[in-house]
Design a protein around this ligand. Structure first.
Ligand SMILES: [Zn+2]
Length: 446
């Protein structure tokens, strides 16, 4: 059957175009049997990755020697996802021997869903492609390193399974009831919360699932279902009833975020969430307790579990608060500017409050990027060197020696002397950033 061209959007069984990438995340509470299976699948994915990565490294070394001999390299080198899948499948069934240690056949292969191996090969193929594209400068962003061996103690246990059915066929990954999802090889997986929203979208043919990713993070298994959904109804993306001035958002240390427009008017302030602050205090205390325990002791394990649970609570609360914030921004504003993320500065910041604000900024940008597109709001990112908090929004004077701890400051310009709230001033400057970057064309007199 001919493949669907990449440019054409997927259509659901009812003929709706599915263009919006979506992901649904659920916390799992597996029983002992399922949990054992999850660990086994994660182990299999890690094993397959490491095995194939070993072959790739071996192939590269051999080819290096062959080139030194002055010959055209002849060693086989699986590199793309297809060649990796084929090489692994052949070895798994004992049809070919491992080029490194000569072994062949994987005795425990049938204990896990076979798609785990294929997905691991797809991921490795992607990682290799990212590395080679990054090396020749065809890939944006930071340089991508060569794929790494996944050590059992350090790698996050994770694996992925795909739903390869077309929207009109019986789905391999499907929802069975309000808290149960059927996944190939694992049966029905129970989760916390409700899947009502996703189920309704699937029932009326406005969504299609591609894959189920499992991940063990912060002392818990998580399931993420990714797929595509239909675009929103035009009424939900219209500008009607929105704040029409361009706005800026500053993620603060004192408050969660401040939003102001380019005229200097406050649009909205999001105070910190009380539950989040108390959870952060508990987390600091738990970290101090952890530091006092002896390595390898039972009390250390318990303290580490407590820290993990608190981390989960803090990040969950923060994510929830930010979801409410970004939903409001994407649906109530027409144009918004946020700071660019200073990754290097983030790593250098040892003060917890500042670091948490940076984490919040990263999550805010991630959520805004897709929600702004969904709801028809223009999003700008001010460049990294734009001193949004140091410019006086009233007179334009740049206050060079502004300290990070200054909550309010007075403009040193003798003609101005305005007292600024740090976060509000930064938000106003951000709101004006697009206008300064792309000034409107000068009007020609008629
Ligand atoms: Zn001033």
């Amino acid at each position: 059957m001919p493949r669907r061209p990449k440019t054409e959007p997927l259509r659901s069984a009812t003929g709706v175009e599915l263009t919006r990438e979506v992901a649904f995340r659920f916390a799992l509470d597996p029983g002992p049997e399922l949990e054992a299976q999850l660990w086994q699948h994660a182990g299999a994915a890690r094993y397959a990755w490491n095995k194939a990565l070993g072959w790739v490294k071996w192939g590269l070394t051999c080819r290096e020697w062959e080139r030194e001999l002055g010959a055209e390299p002849w060693t086989e080198l699986p590199w793309t996802r297809f060649s990796l899948i084929n090489a692994f499948n052949a070895w798994k069934h004992g049809k070919t021997a491992d080029p490194v240690d000569g072994s062949g056949g994987l005795p425990w292969k049938d204990e896990v869903c076979q798609d785990v191996f294929e997905c691991a090969m797809v991921d490795l193929g992607q990682a290799l492609a990212n590395w080679s594209e990054s090396r020749v400068g065809k890939r944006k962003g930071r340089r991508v390193g060569f794929p790494k061996h996944k050590a059992k103690k350090r790698a996050t246990p994770a694996f992925r399974l795909r739903n390869r059915a077309r929207p009109s066929d019986t789905q391999a990954i499907r929802i069975v009831d309000h808290d149960g999802i059927k996944v190939p090889g694992l049966g029905v997986v129970r989760h916390h919360g409700s899947n009502r929203q996703l189920r309704r979208m699937l029932d009326v043919g406005r969504a299609h699932l591609y894959s189920a990713s499992f991940r063990y993070e912060r002392c818990r298994w998580w399931l993420t279902l990714s797929g595509v959904a239909a675009a929103f109804h035009p009424a939900r993306t219209s500008r009607k009833g929105r704040h029409l001035r361009p706005a800026g958002i500053d993620v603060g240390v004192r408050t969660l975020a401040v939003c102001a427009d380019d005229t200097g008017a406050h649009v909205r302030i999001w105070e910190g969430v009380n539950a989040l602050e108390s959870a952060q205090r508990q987390l600091r205390r738990a970290n101090r307790c952890l530091a006092k325990t002896k390595p390898g002791s039972a009390s250390r394990r318990k303290a580490a579990q407590r820290v993990g649970r608190l981390h989960r609570r803090v990040s969950g609360l923060r994510r929830d608060a930010l979801h409410q914030l970004t939903h409001w921004v994407a649906t109530q504003l027409t144009e918004v500017t946020v700071e660019d993320l200073n990754v290097a500065g983030m790593l250098a910041n040892r003060r917890l409050a500042r670091r948490l604000a940076d984490v919040a900024l990263a999550e805010l940008r991630r959520q805004l990027t897709y929600k702004a597109r969904w709801y028809g709001c223009r999003l700008h990112e001010a460049d990294r060197w734009y001193p949004s908090s140091k410019i006086c929004s009233a007179c334009g004077h740049k206050h060079g020696d502004l300290d990070l701890s200054d909550v309010t400051w007075t403009c040193p310009n003798p003609a101005c002397r305005i007292v600024h709230d740090r976060d509000h001033n930064a938000a106003v400057n951000l709101a004006r950033w697009p206008r300064d970057q792309y000034p409107p064309p000068a009007r020609v007199a008629a």
